[in-house]
Design a protein around this ligand. Structure first.
Ligand SMILES: [Zn+2]
Length: 234
C-alpha cells in the first residue's frame, strides 16, 4: 500500500526537523510565548503562517467554520472549543493581539444564503453566529464579500463581550485586528475603525484597529525573536 501520509510525516522528521531542531527544543524548554491569537476560518486556502510570515511558537491558532466567535458564556455551559481557546490565549498566554481572519469565497458565508443539509444540525446552528452579517439583497459576489467583511466585524464585537478581552483592550494590552483575506489577490484587507471600511494592506497605515481602539505604535515588535527565519522578512 502506498501510504502517502506516512511518507510525508517520515519526511518531516528526516528532512525538515533537523534544521529546526534547536528552535523546537528551545520552545519546549522555555515554553510557548506566542503574542498573537489568530482566529481563522478552517478553509484550506487560508494559511496563517504564510500570511503573517511566522513560524513555530508565534501564533496561537483557533480555526473553525467561518472564523466565528461564540457568545461569551459566563457560566461555562456547553463544550466550546473556540471560547476555551480565547480564554486560554488571553489568561494563560497573555497574547497582545487578536486577529479575526475571514476570507473571500468563504463557503460558510455563502451557506448563510443557502439551505444547509438537514443532517448538518451543528453547522446550521453554528452559522447563526454570522447570520446578522447577511444582507437583504440578491446574492452577488459583491454581496458575499460584504457579508464576509461584516461577519469579521461582528466577531470582533462579540470578542468584546468576553470580560477578559474587553478589560485588556480597554487597558491597551490587547489590540484587535479584523482581516479579510482575498485569496486570489494574496492581499489582506484590514478593518479600519475610523472609516468603518476594510482597507487593502497595500494602502493601509495599520494592520487593524478593531472596533474600539487604535494600535499603540510604541508597543514594538509583536513577533518573538526567532533563531530561524521561516519566511523572508524585510
Ligand atoms: Zn471560510
Amino acid at each position: 500500500m502506498d501510504d502517502e501520509l506516512l511518507k510525508r510525516i517520515r519526511r518531516f522528521q528526516t528532512d525538515f526537523f533537523p534544521q529546526y531542531q534547536d528552535h523546537f527544543k528551545h520552545l519546549v524548554e522555555q515554553g510557548q510565548h506566542p503574542t498573537i491569537l489568530f482566529v481563522g476560518c478552517s478553509d484550506s486556502r487560508l494559511v496563517p503562517y504564510m500570511l503573517t510570515g511566522t513560524g513555530p511558537g508565534e501564533l496561537f491558532i483557533v480555526r473553525n467554520v467561518g472564523a466565528l466567535v461564540p457568545p461569551y458564556n459566563g457560566s461555562g455551559g456547553g463544550l466550546h472549543g473556540t471560547a476555551a481557546a480565547i480564554e486560554y490565549a488571553v489568561l494563560n498566554l497573555h497574547v497582545s493581539h487578536i486577529i479575526v481572519c475571514g476570507h473571500s469565497h468563504c463557503g460558510a458565508m455563502k451557506a448563510l444564503y443557502e439551505e444547509v443539509s438537514p443532517e448538518a444540525k451543528n453547522l446550521d446552528a453554528w452559522l447563526d453566529l454570522a447570520r446578522e452579517a447577511t444582507l437583504p439583497v440578491q446574492v452577488t459576489p459583491e454581496a458575499l464579500r460584504r457579508t464576509e467583511q461584516r461577519a469579521v466585524v461582528l466577531q470582533l464585537e462579540r470578542l468584546m463581550d468576553y470580560p477578559m478581552v474587553r478589560k485588556r483592550v480597554e487597558q491597551r494590552q490587547i489590540s484587535l485586528h479584523g482581516w479579510h483575506y482575498v485569496i486570489e489577490e494574496g492581499e489582506v484587507h484590514v478593518f479600519d475603525v475610523k472609516s468603518g471600511a476594510f482597507v487593502p494592506a497595500s494602502q493601509a497605515d495599520h494592520s487593524g484597529t478593531g472596533p474600539y481602539q487604535e494600535i499603540d505604535p510604541d508597543s514594538g515588535s509583536i513577533f518573538n525573536e526567532l533563531d530561524a527565519s521561516w519566511y523572508p522578512r524585510r
